[in-house]
Ligand binder design. Structure first.
Ligand SMILES: [Zn+2]
Length: 95
């Protein structure tokens, strides 16, 4: 995913793909709804901020601020990213 999301909107999920019949799209949508509901819930909390990579909300204390690149990263993305450097177009404000 390219880091072009500077508007604060959630990433657009492409529905233009053709899935195989064994793939349960309703189950996916259901799990996404739960995910977004949870995200909104977290976003409404005062100390929440976004992970610079997956754009999900987390409380600041559970995110790691990467000084060098200038964005917060959640534990999941941190694990995925590892020691790899990921320069962002727009730096996040450190809270
Ligand atoms: Zn993340």
């Amino acid at each position: 995913m390219r880091a072009t999301n500077t508007t604060g909107a959630l990433p657009v999920i492409s529905t233009g793909r053709t899935y195989t019949s064994s793939f349960d799209i309703e189950e996916l949508i259901e799990s996404l709804h739960e995910l977004f509901a949870l995200d909104r819930q977290t976003a409404s909390q005062q100390d929440s901020t976004r992970c610079g990579i997956c754009y999900m909300h987390f409380s600041v204390s559970s995110l790691v601020y990467r000084e060098e690149e200038g964005f917060y990263v959640c534990k999941n993305c941190e694990r995925t990213l590892g020691k790899q450097k990921l320069p962002m177009l727009r730096r996040q404000q450190k809270q």
